[in-house]
Design a binder for this molecule. Structure first.
Ligand SMILES: NC(=O)c1ccc[n+]([C@@H]2O[C@H](COP(=O)([O-])OP(=O)(O)OC[C@H]3O[C@@H](n4cnc5c(N)ncnc54)[C@H](O)[C@@H]3O)[C@@H](O)[C@H]2O)c1
Ligand SMILES: [Fe+2]
Length: 434
């Protein structure tokens, strides 16, 4: 069976795609139902994970009140690090272990939800830290059993961490971003209440919006699942299956919503923008949770990990950092110019969904049209001008390339094979755009 010519079967390629659908609630005031949801999952003593900034907003208070009003015991942990590390993951796990909790609620962005997943994992099944971490950095040992129930309540809209079995962190001793991946660490329920987004600073909104776009656009332009070698057994089929008809459906709609709402959401937001973007983030999460990202994300880990002196507006951190969404989108125009010819129609459709005027354009120019459309929107939303805008120069190209080339899982999920020289060429093209 093939739904579009993109999925034409390749000899030795997989014939099957699996659909992992997260359990989700969406809507304003859904946070007020958390007590009921936690009780239904059997929680009695709940650890509420958050970070210091979110803890000061009324989202956490609403959640705690709802838990208590349903007779549950709730203890807040507000020490989550923004852009977590192995050290901050371990601190969260210690808190989780000492507190003898039987359930977890996370209220915050990707940093908080990921820390909560890892804390639940290491407190439920204690192990050496690198045991569950992705290979080759860690041992990638499968999670031994079910974790305690976890309800994730995002207060940002980019990461879709509430939908995924992924927890990302910086391994400090290697200056490397890596993660833990297992369907078992996926939250039991994601509660998406768009009313939490109105307090996000403008550049955080822009970074989140482009992260959503990237998840969706990388998923639809990923290598088709029919070209990925068939697994030896059904249990070995990876979460990153490659582009497939299910993720296509969610991702094209996500790109359209980002295209319609991101510029207004950054510059003069109205309620509707937040509803649309949070929904887009969820759709893209469902999409990339089944298809997987590729080059812009693979390159982003080096951009974030090798940061020198960039300090973004709107993130309350006292050290240099390149926020995730920015570290991704600075690579994307250079990548899509390169990958365009591999599946031009998909790039062209993505450009249309982002709002590009396709009159008198040719499908084969899809990659360039998409890159130009992204660049226009980056400028309208205050995103830095490529890698030079976040502190990199020609002198850094080899280090960036070597670090990214190790992200084999993501690079292989792209629509075409990429050599080390081609990767370096993309980093060079991403240095400065305007
Ligand atoms: N697990 C996954 O599938 C996945 C996917 C993509 C990214 N990530 C990871 O997620 C992390 C980034 O997460 P993020 O972009 O959601 O941001 P974040 O959690 O790092 O938060 C960014 C800043 O925004 C603040 N903030 C959060 N919600 C707010 C609100 N409603 N109003 C005002 N301020 C608010 C936080 O306090 C913080 O200072 C990175 O570590 C990244 O690697 C994980
Ligand atoms: Fe991302």
């Amino acid at each position: 069976m093939s739904f579009s010519s993109y999925f034409t079967q390749k000899s030795g390629g997989d014939r099957i795609f699996a659909v992992e659908a997260p359990k989700i609630k969406f809507g304003r005031d859904s946070l007020l139902e958390i007590g009921d949801d936690a009780k239904a999952l059997g929680m009695k003593r709940v650890a509420v994970f958050t970070d210091l900034r979110v803890a000061q907003m009324d989202h956490v208070a609403k959640v705690v009140e709802s838990l208590k009003s349903h007779g549950l015991d709730a203890v807040v942990y507000d020490q989550v690090a923004v852009e977590p590390t192995d050290v901050s993951f371990k601190s969260g796990a210690e808190f989780a272990q000492d507190g003898k909790f039987d359930g977890f609620v996370s209220v915050g962005g990707g940093s908080v939800m990921d820390t909560c997943k890892a804390s639940n994992l290491y407190s439920s099944y204690p192990a050496d830290f690198l045991d569950y971490v992705n290979a080759p950095i860690g041992k990638a040992i499968p999670v031994p059993g079910e974790l305690k129930p976890h309800i994730a309540c995002p207060t940002t809209f980019g990461t879709a961490s509430e939908c995924t079995g992924i927890a990302i962190f910086d391994l400090l001793e290697m200056e490397a971003k890596t993660g833990i991946v297992s369907p078992r660490i996926r939250p039991n329920l994601g509660v998406l209440d768009p009313s939490v987004l109105s307090s996000l600073p403008p550049l955080v909104r822009a970074a989140n919006g482009f992260d959503v776009f990237s998840h969706a656009c990388e998923s639809i332009t990923a290598r088709p699942y029919t070209h990925r070698p068939a697994p030896e057994s059904s249990q070995k089929r990876p979460l990153n299956q490659g582009a497939n008809p299910y993720s296509d459906m969610a991702c094209l709609e996500a790109i359209k919503l980002v295209g319609e709402h991101i510029v207004q959401a950054v510059n003069e937001p109205v309620e509707e923008n937040y509803d649309a973007l949070m929904f887009a983030g969820m759709l893209a999460g469902i999409g990339f949770g089944n298809a997987g990202c590729h080059l812009p994300h693979g390159m982003s880990y080096a951009v974030a990990g090798l940061v020198k002196d960039y300090a973004p507006e709107g993130w309350p951190v006292d050290h240099p950092m390149v926020p995730h969404g920015i570290s991704v989108i600075v690579n994307s125009p250079a990548v899509f110019r390169k990958t365009g010819p591999a599946c031009a129609e998909r790039h062209w459709k993505a450009a249309a969904a982002m709002g590009a005027d396709l009159t008198d354009t040719k499908v084969e120019d899809g990659g360039d049209i998409l890159a130009d459309q992204i660049l226009g929107m980056m400028r309208e939303t205050g995103i830095p001008n490529g890698l030079s805008g976040v502190g990199y120069s020609m002198d850094d190209l080899d280090a960036l390339t070597d670090r990214s080339y190790a992200q084999k899982r993501l690079i292989d999920n792209g629509p075409m094979p990429i050599s080390r020289d081609e990767l370096k060429e993309m980093f060079r093209d991403a240095l400065s755009y305007w």
